[in-house]
Design a protein around this ligand. Structure first.
Ligand SMILES: [Zn+2]
Length: 413
């Protein structure tokens, strides 16, 4: 699988190279396709990747540009060996030949690899349950620190839901609360101890044993790193320690995603109208933090790091809420959110120093004096902005979300 993923990555890079070298007027899908076919003939280790998966690389690459032009993502870039997520596409569902072998296990065919077993975590339309409308149309294999995972693309027929008649709610991605709600029905992980400085614990989804292990591994990594000479490669033992750290972090991420899925489902089921902040940049922390192997410098000093980390997860929450509210007949609205965390949600005053500390908000207006959780205050402001008619229409949100590197954004394409 690793070989296939590396071939797919190399193909992506080759396509990206070609795209950049070709003058704008000569770029075309057929030209890209032709190059891809030629490369598969000439470079023999490309052959490890099935032809269908190679075509999927081209399709994904073109989709990446489309996402960029529509303002959903940044421009596609080269995929570096260490920083990119390894993945292989299986674009045709019938190649998979999925069979359930046990209550918890299934089997699937992976082209050029063979039959593999996978954990059956939810209902899939296979066998008698499959028909023209409900079927598996493909899969994607993705690798993280814990191993390879398979994600199935499923097509199902769903009835158009009745319009949701539930209440309105504003939601803020908090610094202290993962999700603060305007009706103070806040959502928390349940096991989220605070750090002494009041910020949320980054590894809060790990249990005490795992946390102790993580600390031990980090100390070991630091110790081993102290033997490394400048410009020398990481020793194997050091890399092993880094891998173990990555595995623990991957486990925490997995739990976080699980929590997000459960929470967003219950929110979409409960509320008819969900209002969130429109954020422009979701990954502003990436450069500051660096990677596990090459951590960024002065990361703590770079402002709002913890908030930025939670924003990474926040982008995922918004995506989930978007499709889940639609599934339950509700709607999701985005409001531009300057000053939502500094404005008093009771009287509307913006005064410096209203925020007592990270966690509490105290209004400086002598006639008001509203006091409460700072994230709750922001969530109330977000709902208020929506009620005042400040919700972005999708097209406007698109222009706001647009961000390109080196190229001036254009409003029309
Ligand atoms: Zn006030």
């Amino acid at each position: 699988m690793d070989d296939q993923a590396h071939a797919a990555r190399a193909m992506w890079n080759q396509l990206h190279n070609l795209w950049q070298m070709t003058p704008k007027c000569q770029r075309s899908l057929s030209r890209m396709d032709q190059t891809l076919r030629q490369a598969r003939k000439e470079i023999d280790w490309y052959a490890v990747l099935p032809a269908q998966a190679a075509q999927a690389v081209l399709k994904t690459y073109m989709q990446a540009w489309k996402n960029c032009w529509d303002g959903r993502a940044e421009e596609p870039t080269f995929k570096a060996r260490i920083r990119s997520v390894m993945s292989v596409d299986i674009p045709q569902g019938r190649d998979l030949q999925i069979k359930r072998v046990h209550r918890r296990w299934g089997m699937a065919n992976i082209p050029k690899v063979g039959r593999v077993r996978f954990r059956w975590t939810r209902d899939l339309p296979v066998g008698k349950a499959a028909d023209k409308e409900n079927r598996i149309t493909g899969a994607r294999l993705v690798k993280d620190a814990l191993g390879w995972h398979i994600a199935f693309r499923v097509q199902t027929l769903e009835l158009k839901p009745e319009p949701h008649t539930g209440l309105e709610v504003g939601i803020d991605a908090g610094v202290n609360l993962p999700l603060a709600l305007s009706d103070s029905n806040h959502q928390d992980h349940g096991r989220a101890p605070r750090l002494p400085d009041g910020t949320a614990d980054r590894d809060k989804l790990l249990n005490p044993d795992e946390k102790a292990k993580l600390l031990r591994l980090e100390q070991r990594a630091a110790h081993r790193k102290s033997f490394r000479k400048p410009r020398e490669r990481n020793a194997n033992r050091l890399r092993t320690t880094y891998d173990q750290i990555k595995q623990l972090r991957a486990r925490a991420t997995r739990r976080a995603v699980d929590w997000q899925h459960q929470t967003t489902t219950s929110l979409a089921r409960t509320y008819g109208t969900v209002v969130v902040e429109a954020l422009t940049i979701t990954n502003m922390v990436k450069s500051a933090r660096g990677t596990v192997e090459e951590p960024g410098k002065n990361v703590r000093a770079k402002s709002g790091l913890n908030r930025a980390i939670s924003q990474e997860a926040w982008g995922r929450t918004v995506t989930m809420l978007t499709y889940k509210t639609a599934r339950f007949g509700g709607t999701l609205h985005k409001v531009p959110a300057p000053n939502t965390s500094r404005r008093c949600s009771a009287c509307g005053l913006i005064a410096p120093g209203s925020r007592e500390d990270q966690a509490t908000f105290v209004c400086k207006n002598p006639d008001c004096g509203w006091e409460g959780n700072a994230d709750h205050n922001a969530a109330r402001n977000i709902l208020h902005l929506y009620r005042m008619g400040h919700a972005l229409i999708p097209a406007a949100g698109r222009a706001v979300a647009r961000r390109t590197r080196g190229v001036k954004p254009t409003t029309a394409r």
